[in-house]
Design a protein around this ligand. Structure first.
Ligand code: IMP
Ligand code: MG
Length: 189
């Protein structure tokens, strides 16, 4: 059941999310026995990072990066909250809610490579390949979705619904409204 007042369908329930994130944690731990720095991209990754960190059994540091979009169509990205960690020589896992155009994750990978990270793998809860503008390799991905707008478990619609314990795919009319709004406002990513 979706929360009252929110029309849509449950894409992944809390139990399914836990299973996916446990799978991420096991795979990351086995791929990086020396340990990892999990870099969460704010704000959409907050639930993922909190749960993922607890599923990682190798040494694990957690840090966050916030980005904002600007310029025509919001196509340019800048750092609005930088990392505290020095990533040089370390294995980094970029934790992100959803990879859509791929611009955000490509930007972050380039930044981490420039800073000398040993590796920078992407762990995405969701992927939406149909809207990709830049090719990105998603080493860990929960679910590939199509052209539907998703809220919950960190993902928002105008800052609402991040706190839902499940992922809800909402009705297209609500998505059309938010996209028009985002074009006008050049919203944060
Ligand atoms: P991109 O891959 O750079 O286009 O941007 C991805 C970001 O856009 C994500 O980190 C989300 O913050 C946001 N986003 C894209 N699709 C959705 C969605 O369906 N629901 C909520 N946020 C979304
Ligand atoms: Mg958002």
């Amino acid at each position: 059941m979706t929360p009252p007042g929110l029309a849509g369908r449950v894409l992944l329930g809390a139990g399914e999310l836990s299973q996916i994130v446990a799978g991420f944690g096991a795979a990351i731990s086995s791929d990086h026995p020396d340990g990892v720095v999990v870099v969460g991209i704010l704000k959409g990754s907050v639930c993922l990072v909190a749960d993922l960190a607890r599923e990682i059994s190798v040494p694990c540091a957690v840090d966050f990066l916030a980005l904002s979009a600007y310029g025509s169509g919001g196509r340019r990205i800048r750092v609005s909250k930088d990392l505290d960690a020095d990533v040089a020589g370390r294995s980094v896992v970029i934790a992100v809610d959803i990879v859509d155009s791929g611009l955000t994750v490509s930007y972050v990978r380039r930044l981490l490579n420039e800073r000398g990270a040993r590796s920078a793998d992407v762990c995405a809860l969701l992927g939406r390949r149909s809207r990709r503008l830049l090719p990105v390799e998603l080493r860990y991905v929960g679910l590939e979705i199509d052209d539907e707008y998703v809220v919950g478990y960190g993902l928002d619609l105008e800052e609402r619904y991040r706190n839902l314990p499940m992922l809800v795919s909402i009705d297209p009319p609500q998505r059309a409204e938010i996209e028009m709004h985002e074009d006008e406002e050049q919203a944060r990513v």
